[in-house]
Design a protein around this ligand. Structure first.
Ligand SMILES: *Cc1c(COP(=O)(O)O)cnc(C)c1O
Length: 377
């Protein structure tokens, strides 16, 4: 039996066609018609007009921070429960991440903590240069409140929607909150260009600046003229073609991930000792990964026991993100709270959730958990 992966790429015949079209048209140069179309189509998909296709989600975060004006020495609020890329981008611009705990009902930024911190800092005259919120596993924070709080203190908000393409919060697409938002098309995300990302914004100027900085800040003259420091961050035309095909079938992919989540929920919740990842009111998560909390006392086995049992069956599962304040890399970063993120890490597990997962393979995952549960008093 073939190994079952957590979230493998799931390309279709249309993607192959588009990729070959890009190849045959000899648009192997980085820029080309598929890049332009992918930018337009993805931005439109999240209700915006402008997007810059980039080489990774991390590159998009880096440029987003530069473009909202974060300077060396500034502080930036970041949730502690996220992939390391979110905070690394803050360090790339020479700024300092301040790690904020998450809300137990959303697993995303605790908006009350953000509000208290901005208030405290406003009185001390040292506001952070930006807040980065992360749409974790496809869920989201309370954006109505978070956007209001950031606007009140005039602190720019960047939405790290790397995991949330196809989600919506209060009826608005993930990626449409904040001054700009970031998507990732890494191999394990909802759609993949094998590597890639996008910066989207309602501001044409911001996105134009992103394209400029991503092209080595080359001045628009015929010779190579440079005034500013730039980066080589553009997505290639070939890879954009790959993304367009998958974007066209995004609804089907998201529907499949949601169905997988619901199937896990109905099979696993009755076992007891299992809590599915929560989402806040109005959140329609894409259910990028099905995550759950396992209470070892009530379930009779902990997340690591379950992971090992699945691994023995050649099935990949993974702990939820390890909080950044527990990482050696960020051990000296200030942290506000952290207990909620720690509890998620102690008890959390992500189950195979790819849109190509078969019912038979999902049944094997469920069977493994049921057997573990049954084997205990
Ligand atoms: C995947 C991911 C990123 C980084 O995207 P890459 O395309 O891999 O650079 C950033 N933030 C979060 C929350 C992610 O999950």
């Amino acid at each position: 039996m073939a190994r079952v992966y957590l979230s493998p790429p799931d390309p279709g015949p249309e993607d192959r066609e588009l990729l070959l079209d890009a190849f045959d048209s000899n648009w192997l140069a980085p820029l080309g018609p598929h890049v332009d179309a992918f930018e337009r189509e993805l931005a439109r998909r999240v209700g915006l007009e402008h997007g810059a296709a980039l080489s990774s989600g991390t590159a998009a975060l880096h440029l987003g921070l530069l473009l909202v004006g974060v300077q060396p020495g500034d502080d930036v609020l970041v949730p502690t429960l996220t992939f390391v890329a979110t905070a690394n981008a803050v360090r790339y611009v020479g700024a300092h991440p301040v790690l904020v705990d998450v809300d137990p009902t959303t697993w995303c930024l605790d908006v009350g903590t953000v509000a208290d911190e901005l208030d405290r800092r406003a009185r001390g005259g040292r506001l952070p240069a930006a807040v980065v919120s992360v749409d974790l596993y496809g869920g989201g924070p309370d954006y109505a409140d978070l956007a209001t709080v950031c606007a009140e203190f005039e602190v720019p908000l960047i939405e790290d929607a790397a995991e949330a393409l196809g989600s919506s919060f209060g009826g608005r697409p993930a990626g449409s909150f904040g001054h700009c938002a970031v998507f990732s098309f890494n191999g394990n995300k909802i759609i993949t260009t094998s590597g890639g990302g996008m910066l989207v914004s309602s501001s044409a100027d911001l996105v134009e600046r992103a394209r400029f900085l991503a092209s080595q800040a080359r001045e628009p003259v015929v010779h190579y003229e440079h005034i500013e420091l730039g980066y080589n961050y553009r997505l290639s035309n070939l890879l954009a073609a790959l993304g367009r095909g998958q974007l066209g079938r995004l609804d089907r992919r998201v529907a499949r991930r949601r169905a997988i989540f619901e199937r896990y929920r109905s099979a696993l919740e009755p076992l007891g000792g299992i809590e599915m990842a929560p989402v806040g009111p109005g959140v329609e998560s894409n259910r990028w990964l099905t995550c759950l909390l396992i209470d070892p006392g009530a379930f009779g086995a902990g997340p690591e026991d379950v992971r090992r049992a699945l691994e023995a069956m050649d099935i990949e599962s993974r702990p939820t993100w390890k909080p950044l304040h527990l990482q050696a890399l960020y051990a000296d970063a200030p942290v506000l709270g952290g207990g909620v993120a720690e509890r998620v890490f102690e008890r959390g597990l992500c189950l195979p959730s790819g849109s190509s997962l078969t019912d038979a393979d999902q049944d094997r995952v469920v069977g493994a958990l049921t057997a573990l549960r049954g084997g205990r008093p």
